[in-house]
Design a protein around this ligand. Structure first.
Ligand code: DX5
Ligand code: ZN
Length: 225
C-alpha cells in the first residue's frame, strides 16, 4: 500500500483566500494541488486554465496534479508548463490514441495517469499499464464539485487494485476524485486508493481549508488502513 497523499481540488478553493490556503497546504505538507481543467465539451463545465496553472507556480512549490477533462488532450499537452514532479491525468474516453498520448507525457518527464469516468471499466487500460504510473478513478461524473459519490465506484477501486496486483503493477497509484468525504475516504482507502482529491465534502468547508480539516481528512484516510 503506497503512503496516502492528499491533492486538494483547487476549483473548490476560495480564490479570495488563495494565499492563505496555499500557506496552510505548505504547512501541512500537502503533496499535490489538483487542477481540474474543463473545456465545456468533454464535460459540461469550464473551469481554470493554463494561466491559472502558471500563476500557481509563482505562488507555491507544491507540484500540480493536472486533471485534463478536455477533448483530444494529445493536442493540448504543450499548453501547460508541466514537468517532473507533476501528475497529468488524461481521460481514456477523450484520447483517441491513448498509448501515444501517454508516451508523449512520459517523454516530458511527468507522472502519467489515465483517468476513467465512473462507467468505464479499468480492464480497458490493461494494454497500457506499462505506460502508466497511476489511474485516476472518478467517483462522481466529472464536471462539478459537490456531487455524491456513485456507490459502485468503491467496488471499482477494489477491482482496480486487484487487477494491478494480478498484473504485477501493485505499486501503481490509484487516485480517487469526487465526494471524498471523511466517511468515503475510509471506504476508498480500505478499497485500495492512495491519492485523495480533497474537495467540498471533506477538505474545504465553504471554500475555506484549515489545519483541522487537513488533519481530519488524513485521520479518516488512516482509519481505512
Ligand atoms: C469534478 C472534479 C473534482 C471535484 C471534487 O469533476 O474532478 O475534483 O472538484 O469536488 P468534490 O469533492 O466536491 O466532489
Ligand atoms: Zn478532478
Amino acid at each position: 500500500m503506497n503512503k496516502a497523499k492528499i491533492s486538494p481540488s483547487m476549483m473548490c478553493a476560495d480564490i479570495g483566500a488563495l494565499s492563505e490556503t496555499l500557506r496552510i497546504f505548505e504547512k501541512n505538507h500537502i503533496e499535490y494541488l489538483h487542477i481540474d481543467i474543463m473545456d465545456g465539451s468533454f464535460v459540461p463545465n469550464i473551469t481554470m486554465g493554463t494561466d491559472y496553472c502558471r500563476q500557481l507556480r509563482r505562488l507555491t512549490d507544491i507540484p500540480l496534479d493536472i486533471h485534463l477533462m478536455v477533448e483530444n488532450p494529445q493536442e493540448k499537452l504543450g499548453w501547460f508548463d508541466i514537468g517532473p514532479g507533476d501528475i497529468v491525468s488524461v481521460h481514456y474516453e477523450a484520447a483517441c490514441h491513448l498509448q501515444r498520448t501517454l508516451a508523449c507525457l512520459k517523454e516530458q518527464g511527468v507522472t502519467v495517469f489515465a483517468a476513467l469516468n465512473p462507467a468505464t471499466s479499468v480492464e480497458l487500460l490493461r494494454y497500457v499499464l506499462d505506460d502508466l504510473d497511476g489511474v485516476l478513478l472518478m467517483t462522481v461524473n466529472p464536471g462539478f464539485a459537490g456531487q455524491k459519490a456513485i456507490p459502485a465506484t468503491i467496488e471499482k477501486i477494489r477491482d482496480t487494485r486487484l487487477m494491478l496486483e494480478k498484473t504485477g503493477h501493485q505499486d501503481m497509484w490509484i487516485e480517487v476524485d469526487g465526494n471524498v468525504s471523511l466517511e468515503n475516504a475510509v471506504k476508498m482507502r480500505r478499497a485500495g486508493a492512495d491519492i485523495f482529491v480533497g474537495g467540498t465534502a471533506g477538505l474545504f468547508r465553504d471554500g475555506q481549508v484549515t489545519d483541522q480539516s487537513v488533519r481530519e481528512l488524513r485521520e479518516a484516510i488512516q482509519r481505512g488502513e
